[in-house]
Design a protein around this ligand. Structure first.
Ligand code: C5P
Length: 240
């Protein structure tokens, strides 16, 4: 049975494998999954996946947000699949073929998530990038369009904001995973950073998010373990 802490994905957004070890040691019992992103993977490579596996029973999310021609994405995904991780990502981007190639490369060994629209992106950014007016006035339309493409291509789910999880679940079904970053608990809401489309853990859970990526509010807390425990408590209440 999935416990409240299992909803928490902690990103190891850290400069070295040594720092990663520190946080894995601290948080192993308090989160469901560790996420390895570009910063740490470029520095430490597949070794860091082994470190997590040796130190923890938590799941592993290798978040490399691939975006390239289909042949390259497919071969990169074959290599990711060999690492034995639970979740990984590809940008939804412009073409379904790239997403299909990612799913084919994964060969069913890892769940592929499509990244819809980064939670650091605002409607104004979309407008500046030259998107059609309908997407600038309602960014959720673009998120839904990309999520539909990801589902058609065979992805297991998407990365979206907690504000959009309900819409995606309603449109694409309960089984289609909604993984939501941009989580800001009430106790950290006053700290302004690069995230734009933010939600509290409780709101994301009520909207049907399957996993919450929560980094800086835990990493930069005076006591990261207490911050993770507090987050799990909020999740538990929202699930009731
Ligand atoms: O909670 P915090 O903002 O620190 O989380 C940052 C993490 O969320 C980073 O690892 C970043 O890659 C991830 N993220 C994501 N998708 C987004 C926005 C952020 O995976 N749309």
């Amino acid at each position: 049975m999935k416990q409240a802490k299992d909803y928490i994905i902690f990103p190891l957004d850290l400069p070295s494998a040594g720092d990663a070890r520190h946080y894995i040691g601290l948080l192993s019992e308090h989160v469901g999954m560790f996420k390895v992103g570009l910063e740490l993977f470029i520095r430490s490579g597949p070794e860091v996946i082994k470190i997590i596996r040796d130190m923890s029973k938590a799941g592993i999310f290798l978040d490399l947000k691939l975006h390239d021609i289909p042949a390259t994405v497919s071969r990169a995904m074959e290599s990711i699949a060999e690492l034995g991780v639970n979740l990984t990502t590809v940008h939804c981007g412009e073409e379904k073929e790239m997403l299909k190639a990612a799913v084919a490369g994964s060969a069913g060994k890892v769940n592929v998530l499509g990244v819809t629209v980064l939670t650091s992106v605002s409607a104004f950014d979309i407008q500046k990038a030259g998107f059609e007016n309908q997407y600038c006035t309602d960014i959720t339309k673009l998120v839904l369009k990309r999520a539909e493409t990801a589902k058609d291509a065979g992805c297991a789910g998407v990365v979206c904001s907690g504000l959009e999880a309900k819409m995606i679940k309603n449109a694409l079904g309960k089984e289609f995973l909604a993984v939501t970053p941009g989580i800001r608990p009430a106790w950290s809401l006053n700290k302004k950073d690069d995230q734009q489309r933010v939600t509290t853990p409780a709101a994301a859970i009520k909207n049907g998010s399957d996993y919450l990526v929560i980094g800086r509010p835990i990493r930069d807390a005076k006591d990261p373990v207490s911050a993770a425990v507090l987050t799990a408590e909020e999740i538990r209440s929202a699930l009731q």
